[in-house]
Ligand binder design. Structure first.
Ligand SMILES: Nc1nc2c(c(=O)[nH]1)N[C@H]1C(S)=C(S)[C@@H](COP(=O)(O)O)O[C@H]1N2
Ligand SMILES: [Mo]
Length: 539
């Protein structure tokens, strides 16, 4: 082979180039370099967008804006599937998928630019237009966020143009027979490509670390001192925690609390500039800041919140001690007008929940929560302020990163999930779960200890029963609850000989209403059915 080949990639030509040397292989090789140029240029644009956004608009970058638009647009079924498939890693997996798509489009842009000048550049420029359109539609948009996607895409397009021009100069030099070492185009192409790739990698790491540090909001949270409660949480009664090996704690630690939201990156809200406004059908619109809120007489309550997507036996439920100002007191200051029956609460990222006005004004202690188990709200659980409403699924009540309460009517407004296939009302359904014996745990013959939780928020649990192989229901020992709004633990020992058993649990609330038996999926208003486990009893 004495035909010099421009920057041919020999790594993966499968040995075919030895049979078809010359321009074919050369073209293929240089196409790979063009694709690499496109990937680096697109990557540089994305990273520059993240870095600029970090400086100019920390809660909205082009990447997260586009991701947010996609998340809002995907059908609810896909979202459930993604959550069940990826669990709490769903956001990381989604971001990785986005980056893969961007890399693919970038490589295409490189190849197109090589074939025809400005075509690939136009593809990268289109990134900027898509990014701009996405940024403009997001709730967090600020004037400073607007130029970010444009500057980022323009830089990426410029880089791609430079790279491909150098690649083509090198190709021309190769075709005229210049030896590799004497080809300045090749050296200059490789220099720019390497510099671009290096800067993208370093910038990417900086952007990721920056993101992780949530731009100083973590420190602000650490520094925040919460006042004590004027109305303290009830003491946890003796025996409320059953203490069987393998049971979950009665109060869920913040670090173990389930997390569900549509936020691709955790909104970072500066507690010094945060405000909450009451708007809509009120006699007087009001606004308060965090200092005002912390100066109010605060209430502390244990409340078990649950996700409507929680399957029977699932773990999208947790119990915490929430500190906050009762919503009814803030609403009382604003004085809702006659005819209002809903409060549309909104988060900094534009997510909304529609809650019956009554649930926020009755005696149930719905809270503008600032504290979770004695600490300021963790960032991913809504710092600095979220809504907590006993008895309602999170999607119609538990707005995190809360910024507005709009008093309105169910006839006029809908929350985020309602047009996506979920009911506009979401009272939590009475349900129960068997936690012990744990799945796969060896169980010996004799008295087998069963244990778990049951909940009927705001009504309270009356009885919990178990049945073996669809036999008669047997009453479990119900531990005292912390309050009607929290889950209750229960336990029951059942003598079992070696063999296989099916065990089911059923809860009945304090009004005598048993949980629904019919097996139904979470959509549109919460799963029903009895949690059923299989137990293998060994000799
Ligand atoms: N801003 C915002 N708040 C939100 C959501 C959301 O997507 N965005 N999801 C809600 C849903 S569906 C649930 S179940 C609860 C979960 O709260 P947690 O993540 O603190 O457990 O938050 C609610 N609050
Ligand atoms: Mo939820």
């Amino acid at each position: 082979m004495n035909t010099p080949q421009p920057l041919q990639d020999t790594a993966d030509d499968g040995g075919r180039s030895s049979q078809r040397p010359g321009t074919d292989g050369a073209a293929r090789g240089s196409r790979r370099w063009a694709a690499a140029s496109g990937v680096v240029s697109a990557g540089a644009a994305v990273v520059l967008g993240e870095l600029l956004a970090g400086l100019l608009s920390p809660s909205l970058s082009p990447l997260t804006a586009v991701g947010g638009v996609v998340i809002d647009a995907v059908p609810p079924g896909v979202k459930d599937w993604a959550i069940s498939l990826f669990g709490t890693a769903d956001k990381a997996v989604f971001l990785a998928g986005m980056l893969l798509v961007i890399a693919a489009v970038g490589s295409l842009a490189g190849i197109l630019e090589q074939a025809r000048r400005f075509v690939g550049v136009a593809v990268i420029a289109a990134f900027g237009i898509v990014g701009l359109a996405a940024v403009l539609t997001r709730a967090q948009v600020t004037p400073a966020a607007v130029p970010v996607p444009l500057v980022a895409a323009a830089s990426g397009a410029l880089l791609l143009g430079m790279l491909i021009r150098r690649l083509q100069e090198d190709g021309a030099a190769a075709a005229s027979g210049t030896e590799g070492t004497a080809r300045p185009g090749r050296r200059s192409f490789l220099q720019v490509l390497t510099a671009g790739a290096g800067a993208t990698a370093v910038g990417g790491v900086i952007a990721a670390v920056w993101r992780g540090a949530a731009t100083g909001i973590s420190e602000a949270r650490e520094k925040l001192r919460l006042p004590g409660a004027v109305s303290a949480a009830p003491a946890i009664p003796a025996g409320a925690e059953v203490g069987l090996d393998g049971m979950q704690p009665l109060v869920t630690p913040n670090a173990d609390f389930y997390r569900i939201d549509t936020a691709l990156i955790v909104p970072s809200i500066d507690p010094d500039t945060w405000t909450l406004r009451v708007t809509g059908m009120v006699e007087e619109e009001i606004e308060l800041n965090l200092t005002d809120l912390l100066a109010k007489p605060l209430t502390e309550r244990y409340v078990t919140i649950a996700c409507v997507s929680n399957d029977v036996g699932g773990d999208l439920i947790g119990n915490a001690r929430w500190l906050g100002w009762p919503v009814r007191e803030m609403l009382a200051l604003a004085r809702p007008k006659n005819g209002a029956d809903m409060v549309l609460s909104r988060s900094s990222d534009g997510w909304t929940a529609g809650t019956p006005l009554e649930a926020l004004t009755d005696d149930r202690d719905a809270l503008l929560a600032v504290g979770m188990n004695g600490d300021p709200l963790p960032l991913e659980h809504g710092f600095p302020v979220r809504l907590i409403v006993p008895g309602l699924y999170g999607y119609v009540s538990a707005t995190k990163w809360l910024t507005e309460l709009r008093v309105t009517r169910f006839a006029d407004d809908v929350g985020y999930w309602t047009p996506r296939g979920w009911s506009d009302r979401g009272p939590i359904k009475t349900s129960s779960r068997i936690d012990v014996p744990r799945r796969g745990r060896r169980v010996g013959a004799g008295t087998v200890m069963f244990g778990g939780v049951a909940w009927a928020q705001h009504t309270g649990i009356g009885t919990v029963e178990l049945r073996v192989n669809r036999g008669p229901w047997q009453k479990a020992e119900l531990a005292p609850g912390i309050s009607l709004d929290t889950w209750y633990q229960w336990q029951l020992g059942i003598p079992l000989t070696p063999g296989q058993y099916e065990v089911q649990v059923r809860a009945t609330d304090r009004d005598g209403e048993p949980q629904a038996e019919e097996s139904r999926p979470p959509a549109p208003d919460g799963a029903t059915g009895f949690h059923t486990i299989r137990v293998d009893v060994n000799p």
